[in-house]
Design a protein around this ligand. Structure first.
Ligand code: DN4
Ligand code: BGC
Ligand code: ZN
Ligand code: ZN
Length: 363
């Protein structure tokens, strides 16, 4: 059996190694893919630190190959495969459809059968993309037509989460009139907790709605991030020093920290929407008071979790990434703050300073 190099962890215990493993097998798979870039996100780090209890290794393996954000080159195509050829650039999807009704209608992101049905590359039960090459099926990839997008396309997977998050927002905000008298979201306030990769991508999309966009954290951030925030006409504030004087209409959490979430929920407006997105199983508990329950009820506040995204969200992600790539001097490119080698596994344990998105180059 061929040996290849891969970045692996042992879910849900954690740890990280750049190791030699047996290559996957091609049987039943129609294409062979070589990663060009893989991105690193909060989920990879949480797996490595052992704080995601829902993660698990593939059956009969005492490790899982990490990585669910990738842009790959097609290096071999099986017989009778149409629509994809050698040399094409694709983004493989994370979550693979199971048997439940939502999985069967192309919405594995809304899987209704939980642990029995959810399989995610690099996270639950299937090897991820941080390896020299792997085999997959054509139905699990999104083609990137514009090859000048190769590096930016590494952001497709995290951006699809944002497209799903806004899809959820669109649905729940339809309960009643959420827009202003002028039919727009102008002057609505969107606060995003956190200043990492997903927070920035949420900010890019929130300003497409023309909301006032604020990113916030429990400490100050460096000038690099501040400059991007300024360029996209958003604002940053350190919530330990300042408080928004206006009410928040849309609150998006990327921290997974109950204390921060509760603090901000108290600032939501009538008919406000809270999208919970961050996951941090190790964050300490924080009490929710009866007063806050009253506050939520009396204001018709909606709280919704949002995880993953469907293929349609990947396609929308590509559409917006192309738009952002060709506008505003391509500031979207500045979200990629570091390029590393596969052997640089230290980045899984320690975030580089000013990191928004770190990527690993595989060629
Ligand atoms: P990340 O880059 O680690 O971002 C997390 C951000 O939250 C960082 O800027 C943190 O700041 C910040 N943060 C942590 N604690 C607090 C706090 N108490 N108050 C304010 N800010 C805080 O990770 P990411 O952007 O890749 O992902 C964000 C989160 O979403 C992670 O928990 C992921 O596991 C989760 N996620 C969920 C989905 C999904 O639901 C998809 C992808 C990621 P600092 O600590 O760095 O200063 O589908
Ligand atoms: C991925 C999602 C996945 C989630 C939970 C995220 O980092 O982007 O696709 O569903 O982790 O495993
Ligand atoms: Zn992720
Ligand atoms: Zn399912």
């Amino acid at each position: 059996m061929d040996k290849i190099n891969a970045i692996i962890t042992n879910n849900p215990v954690g740890g990280v190694k750049y190791a030699s493993i047996n290559a996957g097998i091609s049987s039943g798979k129609s294409i062979k893919l070589k990663p060009l870039y893989t991105g690193l996100c909060g989920t990879d780090r949480a797996e490595v630190s052992g704080s995601l209890s829902f993660t698990y290794n593939p059956p009969d393996q005492d490790y899982i190959v990490l990585g669910h954000e990738a842009v790959c080159q097609v290096i071999d195509v099986g017989p009778n495969v149409y629509g994809i050829k050698e040399g094409d650039v694709v983004v493989p999807v994370v979550r693979r459809a199971g048997q439940c009704v939502n999985c069967r209608i192309g919405r594995p992101d809304n899987c209704s059968d939980g642990e029995n049905d959810i399989r995610e590359a690099g996270v639950r039960g299937i090897n991820g993309f941080m390896q020299d090459y792997f085999y997959d099926d054509i139905k699990n990839v999104i083609k990137i037509n514009d090859k000048s997008m190769v590096k930016v396309a590494t952001l497709t997977e995290p951006t699809k989460n944002v497209m799903k998050g806004f899809d959820v927002f669109d649905s729940v905000s339809k309960r009643t009139l959420f827009e202003n008298e002028d039919s727009t979201y102008l002057n609505k306030n969107c606060v995003i907790i956190g200043t990492g990769g997903e927070a920035f991508l949420y900010a890019f999309m929130a300003r497409e709605y023309r909301m006032n966009v604020f990113l916030t954290n429990r400490h100050d951030i460096g000038d690099y991030k501040k400059k991007i925030i300024d360029t996209i006409h958003a604002k940053f504030y350190d919530y330990t020093k300042e408080k928004m004087s206006n009410k928040i209409d849309l609150l998006i959490d990327t921290s997974g920290d109950p204390e921060a979430i509760i603090k901000f929920t108290e600032q939501l407006n009538f008919n406000g929407v809270l999208i919970l997105f961050g996951t941090n199983g190790k964050a300490p508990a924080w009490q929710i008071s009866g007063e806050l329950i009253n506050y939520i009820v009396e204001r018709n506040i909606t709280v919704s979790g949002s995880v993953d995204g469907a293929k349609k969200h990947y396609l929308k992600a590509v559409e917006y990434l192309e738009k952002w790539n060709y506008s505003e001097n391509s500031v979207i490119k500045n979200l990629i703050t570091g390029e590393f080698k596969p052997e640089d596994i230290g980045i899984f344990n320690k975030k580089p300073a000013d990191e928004i998105k770190s990527v690993i180059k595989w060629y």
